[in-house]
Design a protein around this ligand. Sequence first.
Ligand SMILES: [Zn+2]
Length: 254
Amino acid sequence: MLDVYQFPARSDNFGVLIHDPKTGATASIDAPDAEPILAALRQTGWELSEILITHHHGDHTAGNRKLKKLTGCTIIGPAKEAGSIPEIDVKVSEGDTVEVGSAKALVVETPGHTRGHISYYFPDDGIVFVGDTLFSVGCGRLLEGDARMMWRSLQKLMALPPETKLYCGHEYTRANTRFALTVEPGNEALQARAAEAEKLASEGEPALPTTIAQELATNPFLRPSSPEIQKRLGMEGRELWEIFGETRRRKDRF
Ligand SMILES: [Zn+2]
């Protein structure tokens, strides 16, 4: 089983290292910046072998050049965004397998935040790394794709086993629960999650990772079928992707 080490990077990114104890292989999920990742490597004593890039944004790729130069790691990323990912070695698409030592990830294309965004799903470890597609009680902004495209991506993640652990590129849980409570105030699981996130924050702890089950229960972007959300938005019976899109628009203005 993979060991996972999570750490803050830049102003609000979250870095993750995964390590296969059997082979010693170690991958960084994205490369927000070289320094915090190098510090995490020193802390764990692990040696970087791969970087798995989810999408081309600078706060996910800024460390590529320096980390490759210092460690000789292999950089893997979405084929559809290869042109804007520094130092990319291996270009992957839907259904491809990525190996980190003896651990295997399936590449799941989850466009919407960017048009080529991918997620890495490790079925044997029950972990998915979703970059800026899905957040704890939130989702990425639709910077390149539209609501219909993002909703299809989110449905792929919703179909994963509920116990799957979910790691994302940022930690916005508290702010996200404040918005979520405006569209679904009666959701008791969400109320409990909001209280938990406040408590964790007061202890200086992140509310990550989350799970697919927890997001299905609390995340308004995965809950357009909720009667309460439909009623609050005045969109009873409309297409789910449209309700998702309206929820996203309201969050953009929140
Ligand atoms: Zn991004």
